[in-house]
Design a protein around this ligand. Structure first.
Ligand code: ADP
Ligand code: MG
Ligand code: MG
Length: 251
């Protein structure tokens, strides 16, 4: 589903190279974890996948279902089923969360040549997904993310993901700022989206999340490159030994 080949990318504004020859393959149905020390380029990678214009790809390619996405803009990528749950969800004053969800769902449907959802059908879907994530419908009347707690923001991200049913889900440190109960709810929400025709990329600093969302593969990102890949046991090794040994081996 996702094949990143020798990717090099830099910050558009000042030319600093952040991604430096990154290779990664994620198959249909797979849950891949990306781990790595702070500043290794995890969030940057997620932004580049969604086509953020602050970054320029200078070399290599990103294939999604066998085709390069580099020429696609952010909305085209979203319409094709790529979704990013942000590390720091953006507050959107003046737009009620419900309204935001409705526009997002209908824009996606329009891009795929489908009719708009009727209001009752839209509400039925939101109610069902919000229930799973233990989100109060009253919260959805408030402006998106404005004044939401850390846990509420992360739940709202997963709610969007559940409603948009993307094919490639990228979750950037969804566990940060969550207490243990919220972590469980959010993880259950992500696990419910596991499916043979969907790939999920979980970016995390900590092994804790991976006890709830058990990955098929684990990749260590360091200085803009994948320096080691393995199965879920690699996450445990990292938790016990830290990154130092793997970084030394890679050097
Ligand atoms: P991670 O998510 O792994 O902690 P990031 O992708 O956020 O790492 O950052 C990787 C490196 O790139 C850091 O040194 C960060 O400061 C730098 N960086 C990323 N984006 C920008 C930007 N837009 N402007 C300046 N520095 C950036
Ligand atoms: Mg960071
Ligand atoms: Mg980050």
């Amino acid at each position: 589903m996702l094949e990143i080949k020798n990717l090099h990318a830099r910050i558009a504004e000042d030319g600093t190279e952040i991604i430096r020859g990154l290779n990664l393959t994620v198959k249909n149905g797979e849950v891949a974890a990306i781990m790595g020390p702070n500043g290794s380029g995890k969030s940057t990678l997620s932004y580049i996948l969604t086509g953020r214009e602050d970054y320029e790809v200078t070399e290599g390619d990103i294939l999604y279902n066998g085709e390069s996405i580099l020429e696609m803009d952010t909305s085209e990528r979203a319409a094709s089923g790529i979704f990013l749950a942000f590390q720091y969800p953006v507050e959107i004053p003046g737009v009620a969360t419900m309204q935001f969800l409705k526009v997002a769902m209908n824009e996606q449907r329009k891009a795929n040549g489908e009719d708009e959802l009727t209001t009752p059908e839209f509400i039925r879907r939101v109610r069902a997904a919000a229930g799973e994530l233990k989100i109060d419908m009253d919260m959805l009347k408030r402006p998106l993310n404005v004044g939401f707690s850390g846990g509420e923001k992360k739940r709202a991200e997963i709610l969007q993901m559940a409603l948009l049913e993307p094919k490639l889900c990228v979750l950037d440190e969804t566990d940060s700022g969550l207490d243990i109960d919220a972590l469980k709810v959010v993880s259950d929400g992500v696990n419910a989206l596991r499916s043979p025709d969907r790939a999920i990329v979980v970016i995390t600093h900590y092994q804790r999340l991976l006890e709830h969302i058990v990955p098929d593969t684990v990749h260590v990102l360091y200085q803009g490159r994948v320096i080691k890949s393995g199965d879920k046991s690699l996450a445990q090794v990292l938790e016990t030994n830290g990154y130092a040994e793997i970084i030394e081996d890679a050097a």
